[in-house]
Design a protein around this ligand. Structure first.
Ligand code: OAD
Length: 256
């Protein structure tokens, strides 16, 4: 199915796949978007698994993104996140983030389920965002999850919570549970959506990797946007090859 006369934004060619995605999204009342690190790549934030700057090619996730890693060397983990936080603080949402925020404003139901911890969807103006893996600009304590705020009085690395525990970033590490309330809200949205847009994720980390199957089982169409096919591509009704910064504005411009 190809929509006649689909026009893309200048610079983004109208492809057959884009036109098919437009066809699927036009008239959709309830849209869910799930995003991964590829969503923020064109804001200058490296992804975890794609070359040349893949984080997990250069750093050990077991040492830096697990509770055991933090127990072994809390200062190392604290500093690694501090460096990433400083880098992410310089990043701005790109046209793809903005396109999603503007789309939400005119949609009936529009939910973003992101694995990203950079806060760029909210910075672009998206209101209904579920940050499944937390947010690098928030902190909590390691032992009891007490929330904590900067500035920290001591110069310790890491600082301590008032309860005596060490502080850590409020992000989800490997082997940790996602917040049950976030998962409930995510699965509710997936069970009631017309279209799921999957943007910039390798589809390797659960539970987000299961969202496409969940939406399909509930009868939704799945549209995937990624420069490369992923394990989710076979499930997708349409795979639109390309980057989030060009494809999302081109797509959103057609859905009025
Ligand atoms: P990955 O680094 O695994 O995958 C990034 C995806 O983005 C790949 O499929 C790329 O092809 C795609 N991509 C690259 N450039 C893009 C662009 N301009 N536009 C759109 N897509 C692009 O990142 P995630 O799938 O998000 O978890 O990784 C999932 C989780 O694994 C992360 O949340 C993180 C990581 O380990 C934890 O740290 C717990």
């Amino acid at each position: 199915m190809v929509a006649a006369g689909a026009q893309a934004e200048p610079g983004a060619p109208v492809t057959n796949e884009l036109a098919q995605a437009v066809e699927m999204l036009r008239g959709a009342q309830r849209i869910v978007v799930t995003t991964g690190a590829g969503m923020s790549k064109e804001s200058g934030i490296p992804t975890f698994r794609d070359a040349p700057n893949a984080l997990w090619a250069n750093y050990d996730p077991q040492a830096l993104a697990t509770r055991d890693g933090f127990r072994r060397d809390p200062a190392l983990v604290w500093r690694w996140y501090a460096d990433r936080r400083a880098m992410i603080a310089q990043a701005q949402p790109h046209a793809g983030h903005v396109a999603l925020a503007q789309w939400e404003a005119r949609a009936h139901t529009f939910v973003v389920l992101t694995q990203n911890i950079d806060g760029l969807h909210a910075a672009a103006g998206s209101k209904h965002v579920i940050e499944l893996h937390g947010n690098i600009f928030r902190y909590k304590c390691f032992d009891r999850d007490h929330p904590a705020r900067e500035p920290f009085a001591s110069g310790e690395t890491p600082p301590h919570c008032a309860c005596g525990s060490l502080l850590r970033p409020d992000v989800v590490w490997f082997g940790e549970m996602l917040q049950p309330a976030h998962l409930d809200a995510a699965y509710h949205a997936l069970a009631h959506c017309d279209v799921l847009l999957v943007v910039g994720t390798s589809g390797l980390v659960y539970p987000a990797a299961g969202f496409a199957a969940e939406a399909k089982a509930a009868g939704a169409h799945v549209v995937e946007i990624n420069p490369e096919p992923t394990p989710l591509s076979e499930l997708a009704d349409v795979f639109v090859p390309g980057g989030a910064m060009s494809v999302l504005p081109a797509l959103a411009a057609q859905i009025r």
